[in-house]
Design a binder for this molecule. Structure first.
Ligand SMILES: *[C@@H]1O[C@H](CO)[C@@H](O)[C@H](O)[C@H]1NC(C)=O
Ligand SMILES: *[C@@H]1O[C@H](CO)[C@@H](O)[C@H](O)[C@H]1NC(C)=O
Ligand SMILES: *[C@@H]1O[C@H](CO)[C@@H](O)[C@H](O)[C@H]1NC(C)=O
Length: 314
């Protein structure tokens, strides 16, 4: 719970009876009673209440008083509680009788709940049953208690899930940062510019296998009169899928970007060896996710002065 939320909740608890979101009506708690309560109800009633609270909350309904003419299966007079057409409970009888849940409450799976109070035509006008009184309130859903996201795309958060009122957010361990998707944690790596005339680069943890969820960026940039040559060592392995057209980089890749040229995606088990980039600037992006395993790569780079072809005159 963030500090701001604490303040909001404090204000809500101390000042207001019901909390309203801007531009909408959902209240955070309330009461529902049968018509004319606490005077006896009439026959041939059909009354419906549609309750809703903000997204990220569910509704807890407690029957504070129940006095509905008892029939088998409550077929004559009844209070029915529904969520999305699904009956959560049907009630009749007196408080503390077997038909009544006693101190128990009814919980909806989402932020809506429907109550239907129905009385039959064989109920006499002068009967003494007074109906029901119920209280409801919004309960924060703990999204983090659910292991996976609803759309089946894996865990809600790849590392740490933090429940907040009405929602949740993801967080990451030290050295990782949250990806744009707001749920995946990426290891911070690369991010620096290599401006020396020769140097060495390798995948994080090399020669150990690369961790999952990497998104590393390396830039080699020297003066424009030099060109960069990459020399990959033989020890090269980036997870790939073998196809007839060669290895396909599905989950892991090392992308080499040279200005004004189509980026090259490298993967597979064969070292690319020497790559003469003919450019003074090269960008390398190393990406892994949690599918498969890459043993990594390493390279030395060197630079040469651009040799302009001699023009023959005359
Ligand atoms: C119903 O039962 C509860 C506890 O079991 C008791 O406190 C309450 O007084 C009872 N209500 C009536 C109307 O008997
Ligand atoms: C590339 O690196 C290898 C060692 O990994 C070395 O033997 C070779 O001479 C290098 N090639 C160039 C052109 O620098
Ligand atoms: C660099 O230039 C050489 C010779 O013009 C060419 O063969 C090579 O493919 C170029 N390298 C890249 C990465 O385009």
């Amino acid at each position: 719970m963030g500090w701001t939320y604490c303040v909001i909740w404090f204000l809500f608890l101390s000042v207001s009876e019901c909390w309203q979101l801007p531009n909408s009506e959902p209240v955070i708690h309330g009461e529902v009673q049968s018509p004319q309560y606490p005077r006896p109800y009439l026959p041939n009633l059909l009354k419906q209440w549609d309750l809703w609270v903000p997204e990220g909350y569910q509704i807890q309904l407690s029957l504070t008083h129940l006095d509905i003419k008892a029939t088998l299966g409550c077929y004559q007079d009844s209070l029915t509680v529904l969520y999305d057409q699904k009956v959560l409970g049907k009630f009749c009888g007196q408080e503390n009788s077997t038909d009544h849940p006693g101190q128990e409450s009814v919980l909806s799976q989402g932020n809506r709940m429907t109550l239907i109070f129905q009385t039959g035509d064989s109920t006499p006008e002068d009967q003494q049953h007074i109906g029901f009184s119920a209280a409801y309130k919004a309960i924060d859903i703990d999204e983090c208690s659910k292991p996976d996201s609803e759309d089946g795309s894996g865990p809600l958060c790849s590392q740490i899930c933090i429940n907040t009122p009405g929602s949740y957010r993801c967080s990451c361990h030290y050295d990782y940062k949250l990806h744009l998707d707001q749920r995946t944690c990426l290891l911070s790596c690369g991010g620096c510019i290599f401006d020396k005339h020769e140097g060495h680069l390798s995948s994080p943890g090399y020669p150990r296998p690369s961790p999952p969820f990497l998104s590393c960026k390396y830039i080699i940039s020297v003066e424009p009169r030099f060109t960069v040559t990459l020399n990959f060592t033989d020890n090269f392995h980036i997870e790939s899928m073998d196809t007839q057209q060669g290895p396909k980089c599905l989950h892991h890749w090392l992308q080499v970007t040279i200005p004004d040229r189509e980026p090259m995606k490298l993967c597979g088990g064969k070292s690319p060896g020497l790559i003469a980039t003919n450019s003074s600037t090269v960008r390398l992006d190393y990406h892994t996710d949690n599918e498969g395993l890459s043993h990594g790569w390493s390279l030395d780079y060197s630079t040469d002065v651009v040799k302009y072809p001699l023009k023959k005159c005359g």
